[in-house]
Design a protein around this ligand. Structure first.
Ligand SMILES: [Zn+2]
Ligand SMILES: [Zn+2]
Length: 397
């Protein structure tokens, strides 16, 4: 009879530290866009396969990889998740392992998430016979950055079947290295998206009275849309509306007959979330009809809000040293980790990866984004510690 492992008894930091760093830098050099993570998924699958018989590798959905560590003994099913995709950004971080894929960059830290979960997988697979019982499921998920997201494909493929507890983490540079945030309740916003085309008669820039100036109309729509949040939503309620794309026209003396906008809408409250597209369309309809133009509005509900389960979060907080634990205000960023939380109780954690000396001061999705790589060891240790606690303490449903 072998001893059962307890939390803290696998030292995640030391034995895989260099490998995790190498994996992270390899992935950073070779970023792939959402839903195109062919090489990344192959790398993950090959690396998992190299950990030996303790771990089975499955490919349940395109660009996704799931590793299973089944003890064969009764116990809960505990899922750990990493997202693996990169962003359409030209890297300007200046690191020596910068992207070799022009126009694509790991500018959100998902390379780190992937490497940390690989590190934890290696440690836990090596200890399979000493795990408390139950099953560990390692979810490597494509396309967190692009709605409808990769999580729902994994859920649809059955990756969450039987799962009793799900854990995920995000490296976070606005939080300094050494700090970790894990709060119960609403933590990340619902993120929805819209595209809007405004159409009318194009015409001569010198004869505006014979045309519909879709640029001027679209500009008014952008300005007026801010009134949705500023004037129509309770100021104590959380909501954001951002127009991130505005495309129209090619020449200085031509009024284009079409202007295209795209934006994102963030909220927490379910009723407000339903009401926002109605308020948006009111503005769009009013402004375009006032100026004789037409519109096509396409509104897509994206990710649900990330709401951490009370008991799951309490378990995770016990794995975080008291001096590291901080509380953050909920953030208006979204994450399709919520798709897993719809299937099982769980907790999504932010791991501090900001540091002035490490140059990790730029926001996520910035071309000069960097992480403090010391945070990788924190992430591995937490994955392992949370997994062991959950296998031991979570009651199988
Ligand atoms: Zn991101
Ligand atoms: Zn991210």
């Amino acid at each position: 009879m072998t001893d059962t492992l307890s939390a803290g008894s696998v030292d995640g930091a030391e034995s895989v530290r260099d490998q995790v760093l190498d994996w992270r830098r390899h992935l950073h050099r070779h970023p792939e866009l959402s839903f195109h993570e062919t090489e990344t998924a192959a790398f993950v699958a090959d690396t998992l396969a190299s950990f030996g018989d303790g771990l089975e590798v499955e490919r349940p959905a395109e660009h996704a990889v799931v590793g299973r560590i089944a003890t064969g003994r009764p116990g809960p099913v505990v899922a750990l998740r990493a997202d693996i995709d990169a962003l359409p950004i030209e890297e300007a971080s200046g690191v020596e392992f910068a992207s070799e894929n022009p126009g694509v960059m790991h500018a959100c830290g998902h390379d780190g998430h992937t490497a940390m979960l690989l590190g934890a997988a290696k440690l836990l697979a090596g200890e399979r016979d000493r795990l408390p019982g139950g099953e560990l499921r390692l979810l490597f998920q494509p396309a967190e950055e692009l709605a409808p997201g990769g999580a729902r494909d994994l859920v649809a493929a059955g990756a969450m079947e039987g799962v009793d507890f799900v854990y995920g983490c995000h490296l976070w540079t606005p939080l300094e290295f050494g700090k970790v945030a894990a709060m119960p309740g609403p933590f990340m916003a619902a993120s929805d998206f819209f595209t809007l085309a405004i159409t009318g008669r194009g015409g001569h820039g010198g004869l505006p009275h014979l045309a519909d100036d879709t640029i001027a109309i679209a500009a008014q729509v952008v300005t007026n849309l801010q009134h949705v949040v500023a004037r129509r939503v309770d100021p104590l309620e959380r909501a954001v509306l951002s127009v991130g794309a505005f495309h129209a026209g090619d020449a200085p003396n031509v009024l284009p007959g079409r202007a295209e906008l795209a934006g994102t809408v963030r909220s927490f409250d379910a009723d407000l979330r339903e009401r926002l597209p109605v308020l948006i369309e009111d503005i769009v309809r009013g402004v375009t009809s006032a100026h004789g133009a037409e519109y096509e509005l396409d509104y897509q509900f994206g990710y649900q809000p990330v709401v951490n389960d009370e008991a799951a979060t309490a378990l995770v907080r016990e794995a975080i040293p008291a001096e590291a634990l901080v509380d953050l205000a909920p953030i208006m960023g979204g994450d399709d980790f919520s798709a897993y939380l719809a299937e099982a109780p769980g907790c999504y954690v932010f791991i501090g990866a900001g540091d002035e000396e490490a140059g990790a001061t730029f926001p996520h999705h910035h071309p000069r984004f960097r992480i403090d790589e010391r945070a990788l060891a924190t992430g591995v240790r937490l994955h392992v510690d949370v997994a062991l606690r959950a296998l031991k303490e979570v009651v199988s449903r």
